[in-house]
Design a protein. Structure first.
Length: 258
């Protein structure tokens, strides 16, 4: 019982420590260049149940730079979930990401990415608070940069990345999040690159944020919040510090025969 209670806190502490020490590992003599930016991300998530064990994950993210003024990224993700227990879910799927030039450190042209991914999600409750621990592996196939008037298209690249997110959800009334319930959540997620192609940015990024949500149906909620995203670029000395408005719509369907 004690091990069950302290594991999330020990793991979160380790991740936070790793977040602090990893960016300094970039072996470059150039001083850090930090670009502060303001973005807005719009999300849709769905988990659609077919049987007790199997469901479909669907996800769309519209990421806008300069607070909705221009494109940052479009992300489309899907996957097949296997519900090992009520509190443990295994997922494998595919993700497409289209990244546009944005900000003061832009990529040179639009770049597509194809991303197989695998995930383990574990949740547990402490009193009326829910904790989620998400472990994800990604195989990132970064496509050719589109040609520009001054530069030809470039070749594809391959990278591996692992992610860990801890999310804490607390209902503002009652002991669980149910229909017509307000709630808050707080989360932190770290991204770590690994493999032969990684030279200066083993640390990829960190996201920390908080949301206020309303569960307006048993299978649907909306959330509004703020996230700070720190990104270290591949060259090791350029960073983004992105303050981002976050909007979420979660809508789940259940196709099981009642």
């Amino acid at each position: 019982m004690l091990k069950h209670r302290i594991f999330p806190y020990l793991l979160t502490s380790f991740i936070c420590l790793f977040t602090q020490i990893t960016p300094s590992s970039a072996q470059t003599l150039r001083p850090q260049e930090v670009s502060p930016q303001t973005h807005a991300w719009l999300h849709y998530f769905g988990t659609h149940r077919f049987t007790k064990e199997w469901s479909l994950h669907t996800e769309v993210q519209v990421r806008r730079a300069d607070f909705l003024a221009s494109w940052q990224q479009l992300l489309l993700r899907t996957g097949i979930n296997y519900h090992l227990t009520d509190n443990v879910t295994l997922t494998a799927g595919y993700c497409y990401v289209g990244t546009h030039p944005y900000g003061t450190q832009p990529i040179r042209a639009f770049r597509p990415e194809h991303r197989p991914w695998e995930q383990v999600m574990v949740r547990h409750f402490e009193g009326n608070a829910e904790f989620q621990h998400r472990f994800r592996l990604e195989q990132r196939i970064l496509g050719d940069f589109e040609a520009t008037p001054t530069q030809p298209a470039s070749g594809a690249d391959y990278q591996n990345r692992m992610r860990y997110r801890c999310l804490f959800t607390l209902p503002l009334e009652g002991d669980r999040v149910r229909a017509n319930t307000w709630f808050v959540n707080v989360y932190d997620e770290i991204f770590i690159n690994f493999g032969e192609t990684v030279r200066y940015n083993v640390f990829d990024q960190n996201r920390i944020g908080a949301n206020l949500g309303f569960q307006f149906l048993p299978n649907a909620n909306v959330q509004l919040g703020f996230m700070n995203q720190t990104i270290q670029k591949a060259n090791g000395y350029q960073f983004e510090s992105n303050n981002t408005l976050m909007f979420f719509l979660f809508y789940n369907l259940d196709f099981r025969t009642q």
